[in-house]
Design a protein around this ligand. Structure first.
Ligand code: XBP
Ligand code: MG
Length: 247
């Protein structure tokens, strides 16, 4: 029986393409809090806990539920979250735009290899489209946005990871079955999201996600430094063989 071929790579962004969380997203959140006159400060440790909730607005709400529950009853709470997150996003784009946030090892090379081999590229992320393009421009290439045929980002879906909505959204636009794609993720929430859409998924563990439960992943790697496209195809084929009962 013909094994399903690898036709597309679908990349997560935060933690997978780059270590954006501690020194970019977290810093931008803290700057936005300060600018709004709030004495909130998300330490590296606290941020690690808050990352259990994906999405910046959702994370701010979760933080308030935990540490400032009285705020939730205030009429302007939703507006406050919206404003804080808007300002945070602006600051994140500025931070990333200054450069100095490299892609993780092997990522750029793997993307180049995939492009050269005609493998289609897509993105499925919880963060916003503007944040994705800022990172691609600053850390990959000025025209890198165009390398990705589909960019599924942020609020285009109602339910963020670990829900699978964003991966279904991307698959629909690629017009491919999940079995012909490979998702590359760094987190438990991202893995649940991708697996729920039926995607074979490779994990590259990140700063904040090392040691999470990655059962169901095709493989768990410390990074992509030693991974090439041939190996990705093999991984994907092995999974196809398992799925069809061939060994
Ligand atoms: C990471 C996230 C995002 C970022 C913050 O998602 O959960 O919420 O932490 O970005 P992924 P926003 O790894 O799926 O890319 O503030 O723009 O939500
Ligand atoms: Mg991630």
């Amino acid at each position: 029986m013909l094994l399903s071929m690898l036709k597309a790579l679908i990349f997560d962004v935060d933690g997978t393409l780059a270590e954006t969380e501690r020194d970019a997203h977290r810093v931008a959140f803290n700057e936005a809090f300060r600018a709004a006159g709030l004495d909130w400060h998300w330490t590296h440790e606290l941020y690690g806990e808050l990352l259990a909730v994906t999405g910046g607005k959702e994370r701010i709400r979760h933080f308030c539920q935990r540490f400032h529950p009285a705020l939730l009853d205030q009429a302007e709470f939703a507006g406050l979250v919206q404003r804080l997150h808007q300002d945070k996003s602006k600051r994140y784009v500025e931070i990333v735009g200054r450069g100095g946030l490299p892609l993780r090892p092997g990522v750029a090379r793997l993307i180049e290899e995939a492009r050269a081999a005609g493998i289609r590229l897509a993105i499925a992320t919880t963060t916003s489209h503007d944040n994705v393009t800022a990172l691609l421009h600053a850390s990959l290439a000025a025209d890198a946005e165009g390398w990705f045929e589909v960019i599924g980002a942020g609020d285009v879906v109602e339910k963020k990871k670990p829900a699978s909505d964003i991966y279904f959204w991307v698959l629909h636009r690629l017009g491919l079955p999940a079995s012909e794609c490979l998702a590359i993720e760094d987190s438990f929430n991202g893995l649940r999201s991708a697996l729920g859409a039926g995607l074979p998924t490779l994990i590259t563990e990140a700063q904040y996600t090392r040691g999470e439960n990655f059962s169901g992943a095709l493989d768990v790697l410390p990074d992509l430094a030693d991974t090439n496209l041939r190996q990705l195809r093999q991984l994907h084929e092995r999974r196809g063989a398992l799925a069809t009962g061939q060994q």
